[in-house]
Write a protein that binds this ligand. Structure first.
Ligand code: ZN
Length: 274
């Protein structure tokens, strides 16, 4: 599933290509990927509109349009948002096609269809319950160890579950949660509120370290993630524990354990993580 580094890579790549362009044609092939507004309003509100910026909030990719509306994509499990030319062969599972005024084309492909597309002002999308209230951005300068401590305080749920909660911290999913817990030497099944000052500092540093490494690797392509040009990222080549249950721990060499937490397979070292 695309997490913060994957969506950040898309936003950084697409911004120079898309800013200043406007929508020349809108083809919604499968209306179920559109969560807001209805298909007629979507096409009418998008057509001719210029893109003023491309950014990210949590795992949401945001295209800021003239007039203040946002075209929002959440890639779900398997969504791909790709720039190309209309002459390129069409992939399967293509749900939305946007033609741009410079002859380029944006394509939304999503085999498993857990992704979603939204259009509206931020206030409108929050009011329609299409955009959740997201927690702080972990790479933002205002995200300090003290802020992380306040977000985790009093939480009895497992640390892994709390890190996956987008209202606590935005943008973290299964891959980077496991990696950060390993780097911070913290068991993902301990109560999130049980972390002392030193542990919080290690977790804060670990989160930033794995997310920044993920961005430098242009994202992690375990299954379906591709960048805006259809290329895979390279984060999977440097994963320490994610997907490596039973393999030797990179720190102590003993086999990595696996446990289901918050419904997700979680990999960690029983000896190095406390
Ligand atoms: Zn170990």
């Amino acid at each position: 599933m695309p997490e913060l580094p994957e969506v950040e890579t898309l936003a950084r790549d697409l911004a120079p290509r898309l800013v200043g362009r406007s929508m020349a044609a809108v083809q919604l092939r499968r209306s179920s990927v559109l969560r807001y507004p209805d298909p007629e309003a979507f096409a009418a509100r998008l057509l001719g509109r210029r893109i003023e910026g491309v950014g990210r909030r949590g795992k949401y990719l945001l295209h800021r349009l003239e007039g203040g509306e946002l075209l929002v994509l959440h890639l779900g499990m398997s969504g791909q948002w790709r720039w190309g030319l209309p002459s390129e062969p069409e992939p399967t599972h293509l749900h939305l096609v946007l033609d741009l005024d410079d002859g380029g084309q944006l394509r939304y492909r999503d085999p498993r269809r857990f992704g979603r597309v939204l259009l509206g002002t931020e206030a409108e999308l929050v009011a329609a319950r299409c955009l959740p209230r997201l927690g702080p951005e972990p790479l933002d300068p205002t995200f300090t160890p003290a802020l992380l401590q306040r977000r985790l305080a009093g939480r009895r749920a497992p640390l892994k579950a709390v890190l996956l909660d987008q209202r606590v911290v935005a943008g973290i999913g299964n891959i980077y949660a496991d990696e950060a817990c390993f780097v911070a030497r913290l068991r993902p099944d301990r109560a999130a509120g049980s972390l002392g000052r030193a542990a919080i500092a290690r977790l804060h540093a670990g989160l930033r370290q794995v997310l920044e490494a993920g961005i430098r690797s242009r994202g992690t392509s375990i299954a379906d993630y591709r960048d805006a040009w259809g290329e895979i990222g390279h984060g999977q080549e440097r994963l320490l524990v994610y997907g490596r249950a039973g393999e030797p721990c990179p720190r102590c060499g003993r086999p990595l354990a696996s446990q289901r937490l918050a419904g997700r397979t979680t990999v960690f070292c029983r000896f190095c993580q406390r």
